[in-house]
Design a protein around this ligand. Structure first.
Ligand code: F6R
Length: 594
């Protein structure tokens, strides 16, 4: 998390602010910029969103270089003191950082022993002090940068100013960083979306690269010395246009149908369809699906789909646990990493472990220029388009769709006759967003609760987990998910006349059992909201407090039809409570720390 930006050119404060606004999805606890004028570095910082920073920036004469930061707090509370940029003791160096310096306590103690004072609780301040320390030794800036990054352990994308230098130093390890040039002007950023309207191409930095950018010139180094990086074309679709919507979350939910169409078109192309053609699948005995949060929920459903279509056992794992569970990996294992951003630190760590073991890795990822998409053995894009709202919506539906197609392609390679796109085409033809007025009314009822319960069996349970997560993160209501059959084993004790029990029942095989569980909740006074794709007789329907009716699909992509109403309901609960659904408190979109 955290976003960094740097700019060399006219009106840097203006460009930095625009860049930071585009990076705000990475964190919005505080923001700051450092701008170099003729002979000094000016610092501006503010707690909270970029709009607060905008208010405190004063005009700076002759400014032509700057760095900026938007923060998701890891070390130290989100206040102005801990806000980046951080400076050296002699105020010569200013640093913005995305990542975590894991050995900062040890470095800090050492530097304090040399007489350096610290003003913040951040790990980043150590970097500023280290630069000062190493520069004092041999008077060479690039050597100070090189020694500093050798001394620090952890992840970093760094942008660095020095008071008497007309350029920006940078370094990258395990946090994204890109750099672009337009004539004499240079921009560096955590995400290439900052380059839209600025450059036609950019330089993707890999881990271990550091360097120095000055007017019209960029010099790259790796541990062997100066190196070259080839630029790549900037290819961004439309991404920051809200059209008539008030928030990205609702706009993105309504992008779902377009995403489904894009996936069908992309995977209808022969070369994209047959991505596994060079892969010798015959030795694969184990398949692991790995992701975090919403992407993990997609993995749960994806593992089921894979098993159903291929007959090969598949298991889903939470990425942050993957390394610590006794997971058997090796060349007979395929590890499928699912992620919207392709930069989630826990998912990347799971990927590294899989690679080390010799497993075959597949990335099912939205961001095509991300680390996971670039480094996995095979990449299946999810074609959702840019997702800005912190709560993932269209990416979840797109992940499920591509997981389904991926399982279909794999099944076809081992003899299935079925068209891998058939489930998705049926979904596309059946898809609709449901009755918005009903969802608004339901949201109005649910907003007054502190606790909600969601139950389901099989895939319905996984969808319930995702629906719960959407409600929790956008409206701060505690929503608990249970397997419907588990109700009677404990949590029934929590149910009374005030309790809403949202019951997902869209699987014919377990329908009667799930409905019995809903009855158990009702018998204890619970208000059961049924989410189903089956027709109910009027008298049956009257049994429930409310029925959310979705269309019946008859294949495993039913989950997409089931989740969309709950994404919309979560959005409206958030709006009704006066919250900002695009930026839930304490969260950020791309979680680049473990
Ligand atoms: C929830 C949400 C998160 C992400 C998770 C993984 O709405 O967005 O739970 O799904 O942080 O992120 P990615 O998919 O980028 O790896």
């Amino acid at each position: 998390m955290c976003g960094i930006v740097g700019f060399i050119g006219k009106n840097p404060e203006h460009v930095l602010l625009n860049g930071l606004k585009r990076l705000e999805y990475r964190g919005y606890d505080s923001a700051g910029i450092a701008v170099k004028s003729t002979d000094k570095i000016e610092l501006f910082k503010a707690k909270g969103e970029i709009k607060n920073l905008e208010k405190v920036i004063l005009p700076i004469a002759n400014a032509d270089i700057g760095i900026g930061h938007t923060r998701w707090a890891t070390h130290g509370k989100p206040d102005e003191i801990n806000a980046h940029p951080h400076v050296s003791g002699d105020k010569t160096w200013a640093v913005v950082h995305n990542g975590i310096i894991e050995n900062y306590t040890e470095l800090k103690t050492k530097l304090m022993g040399f007489g350096y004072g610290f003003y913040s609780e951040t790990d980043t301040e150590t970097v500023a002090k280290l630069l000062e320390y190493y520069f004092a030794k041999d008077g060479d800036e690039i050597s100070a940068v090189s020694k500093t990054i050798s001394a620090i352990k952890g992840s970093y994308a760094l942008g660095i100013l020095k008071k008497d230098k007309d350029g920006i130093f940078f370094a990258k390890n395990k946090s994204p960083l890109f750099i672009a040039k337009a004539g004499e002007e240079i921009m560096l950023a955590s995400d290439i979306i900052c380059f839209k309207g600025f450059a036609e191409e950019y330089y993707p930095l890999t881990d271990g690269i550091f360097g120095y950018a000055s007017r019209g010139n960029i010099v790259f180094y790796d541990k062997l010395g100066e190196t070259k990086i080839a630029p790549v074309a900037l290819d961004l679709g439309e991404y920051d246009n809200l059209n008539t919507y008030k928030h990205f979350m609702i706009k993105e939910i309504f992008d779902t149908k377009t995403a489904l169409k894009n996936i069908i078109e992309y995977y209808s192309e022969k070369t994209n369809y047959d991505k596994l053609k060079d892969f010798d699948f015959s030795g694969i005995t184990r398949v692991k699906f790995v992701g975090c949060g919403t992407a993990y929920h997609a993995c749960l459903l994806g593992a089921d789909m894979f098993c159903e279509k291929t007959g090969i056992e598949a298991t889903a794992y939470v990425a942050s646990e993957f390394r610590y569970q006794k997971v058997k990996l090796g060349s007979d294992t395929m590890v499928v990493l699912v992620s919207q951003s392709g930069e989630t630190a826990d998912t990347l760590a799971a990927f590294e472990l899989a690679k080390e073991s010799g497993a075959y890795t597949i990335a099912i990822v939205n961001v095509e220029y991300s680390t996971l998409a670039k480094r996995a053995d095979a990449y299946f894009p999810i074609k959702a388009g840019v997702e800005i709202a912190v709560a993932s919506t269209k990416a979840f539906s797109a992940q499920l769709s591509v997981l389904n197609v991926f399982a279909g392609i794999f099944a076809k390679k081992i003899g299935s006759e079925t068209d891998p796109l058939s489930d998705l085409i049926k979904l596309y033809e059946t898809f609709d967003y449901g009755n918005l007025n009903d969802f608004k009314l339901l949201a109005d009822v649910l907003r007054y609760n502190d606790n909600l319960f969601m139950i389901g069996r099989g895939n319905d349970y996984y969808v319930a987990q995702e629906a719960s997560l959407k409600i929790k993160e956008t409206s701060y209501i505690n929503s608990n998910t249970y397997y419907a059959g588990e109700l009677k084993h404990g949590f029934l004790a929590l149910i009374d006349e005030q309790t809403y029990v949202i019951t997902f029942a869209t699987d014919k095989n377990v329908l009667s059992k799930t409905l019995c569980n809903a009855e158990e909740a009702k018998a204890r006074g619970g208000k059961v909201i049924l989410c189903t794709c089956f027709d109910l007789s009027p008298s049956d329907a009257e049994n429930f407090y409310y029925v959310v009716r979705v269309k019946e699909l008859g294949n495993s992509l039913q989950a997409v039809l089931n989740i969309v109403p709950w994404q919309i309901i979560a959005y409206y609960i958030s709006i009704n409570k006066g919250l900002n659904p695009d930026k839930p408190r304490n969260l950020a979109k791309s979680v680049t720390v473990e």
